[in-house]
Design a protein around this ligand. Sequence first.
Ligand SMILES: Nc1ncnc2c1ncn2[C@@H]1O[C@H](COP(=O)(O)OP(=O)(O)OP(=O)(O)O)[C@@H](O)[C@H]1O
Length: 817
Amino acid sequence: MPMRSQSVRTRRPPTASRPEPLPRSESSTRAEASRPHRRSSQRSTTGAAQSPRHPPSDVPAPAAEEPHDRAAANAAAADHYAQRPSKHRYRTVIPAPSGNYAFIKTIGQGSMGKVKLARKEGTNELVACKIIDRVSPDDGRLSREERERADAAREDRNAREAAIVSLLNHQYICGLRDNLRTRWHWYMLFEYVNGGQMLDYIISHGKLKEKQARKFARQIASAVDYCHRNSIVHRDLKIENILISKTGDIKIIDFGLSNLFSPDEDRKLKTYCGSLYFAAPELLQARPYTGPEVDVWSFGVVLFVLVCGKVPFDDQYMPALHQKIKKGEVDYPNWLSSECKHLISRMLVTDPKQRATMHEVMNHPWMLKGYNGPPENFLPHREPLKLPLDEEVIAHMTGFKFGPPEYIREELTKKITSPKYQAAVRRLEKEREQPQPNPQGTEKRRGFGFDFYKRRNSITSKETLTNGSSDGLPIGDDPLNAFDPMISVYYLVREKFERERQEAQAAQPAVPPKVQQVPPSSPQQAQAPPPVPPSPIARHKEKHSLAEIVPPQPAHTENSRTRHRARSHSEDQVREPVQNGLLSPDMVPTKKGGNGPVSLLRRLSTRDRRKEPSDGKTISLQKSVSKRAKSLGHARRESIQARRARREAEARDQPQTPHTPHQEPPLREETDAELGLEGEGEGGETSGGSNERLEPEDPDLAKPVYLKGIFSVSTTSTKPLSEIRADIKRVLKMLGVDYTEIKGGFSCTHAPSIAEEERYHSPSRGEERVADGEIRFEVLIVKVPIVSLHGVQFKRLGGDTWQYKATAEQIVRKLRL
Ligand SMILES: Nc1ncnc2c1ncn2[C@@H]1O[C@H](COP(=O)(O)OP(=O)(O)OP(=O)(O)O)[C@@H](O)[C@H]1O
């Protein structure tokens, strides 16, 4: 796709002052030992051109190697590609442990690097490959020592992101399929979420109806609570990090700033990171924090954006914005329901000790409205840990800088034999003997997965505002969840092994899955967790294991990791000055004056045409829309009925069928159709019903036509395609947006004027500021199924989020659809 080149995105490893080699995994060590990448690197630095299509002869053929050698070869081959001139670097195949992936196109640009759509060779399987540079550019801004320090910190972050996402298993969290580290890059292959960003959804809709927002909010809560109860804090929850899947459900992405947290007062986190609009006041004040409370704040901001279409704290002048966040004063629109307002106001409490916990959020009346109980967090059933520990699990607790296996074993042993842990276990046992009724009627899991996911349904008086969990036990008192980060990782690794074991079993169709009825013969077996049903992600993914984090470790190996790392402190144990911290770029004051980027969000909130009677054009638009919405609603009702009938027929046919990897996940929040949301729109939520079935797998055609509710009145039209295209061109020209016509739409680049740019600021993180005043996005024209409408959709590819949002909204406003 023709695009203007951007300096940051095409930066290449420095040649003259290349830093010393970084600590690296066995794969890259072996890769270097085999030297092919060195040769290729030398070649590329001397400018020798390589054919982008034909791998050179010095790249070992992965398929012919033994597993360990294959991993080394993979790394070497990927390095080789990475060393090519940037023009060709990504147009090729990445030899990941689970197979070769060919890049198709760029689908995203974050501060950490590009995200490319890739297809697994010989299959239709698509992945989103996040490519992260391991080495800072030598652009003269930093000394060699500073760059080395920055690279080491970045390396830790990347390793942690890979480790965390490879362990998480949740239907509303984007799953990692595979992972490859080379000399210069990390390649993280995620499941491809093809419904677009929530941000685009909001651009199309303005604000969401509370019912629709509730559905998303419950899914976010489910994912966030799952993380917290695994001792993981996301720390970068924002509207851009919420994608929408083809089923219209959310997927949280970008765990690049996530970390483990501990409930201990003396182990608070001290890295001040995230996006300014979504950052909790304590982060701006550089106050140590436990973890979950900063996610609750960000979640509150996200919820506000969902229901209001703008951010709650907004100022063009950064210091003023800081002040607003620190004061926590929010102007709630009067049309917001009092319950919704109450919930947000509980989440946006400046004092973290007084702020709502996830438990409170999940049990808030607004969250429960129309549901049987709080959102399910999909935590697997767990039993307290006992000795002896599983050595293989310990050997795979890598990526968190815990130290060598023997140290981990020693620490875990201390932790689970400690009086504190034992007391927590006794409390749990007592509670299980006398289960308390669940006053909220906690939502039961539907379907046959329930046995695997038994939850304790107790909400006890012990819950506190600061550290409650959704099951009621305060974080730190619950021996099963978030008691201690090392214990949480032990559970997660063990559960991952269990999933892999089940997937391996499922892959052998001749052998029916065994139900273990025999009494355990070893203490280890005695405490092995019950089988966990494969996740929706796992259902589709290739068999892979933690070996992906440490590529030379083949899946299901008995071998422990042999290379021991010295124990070191995490970045959070060292206080970072705010200006050097990850948040700092967000906080750089910009000049006062003009209409700031944030005002776009303000403007967005006024996109409810009915409330703008002064705009004659919008009134007539509204009129024509209600007609259109009606017909869409009708079409949708039919579609819902058809789906319901189909589901009922399926249920009649197979009432007792156990869960198999090929079935729909039984445990999930309701879809739009199930909630009856599809017909709810008043012009806003207009879309086809069961659209996801129409989704083509071909990435060229994979325009988000299947999305429920993606199009609003202002982004759909009954006009012929040629007229819509002409109108878009007119508007792009009028606004000075550079565009190229591409299949299905326009690829656009927009660089605001300097005066305009000064008003904007980048919410990117760390020293790797991406926004250089230029935004890249696509305007796509898609056919809305069922009814003969065309829809216009926006997709951000890179650049500042809020600049993009402003531009997209401007385009929408100027269009005459
Ligand atoms: N799994 C995915 N499926 C589809 N698109 C994705 C996926 N992951 C990322 N993207 C796209 O790439 C963009 C950047 O991804 P991501 O946020 O992970 O990168 P980042 O460098 O960490 O970004 P940031 O600067 O916002 O922290 C996303 O906004 C999204 O548009």
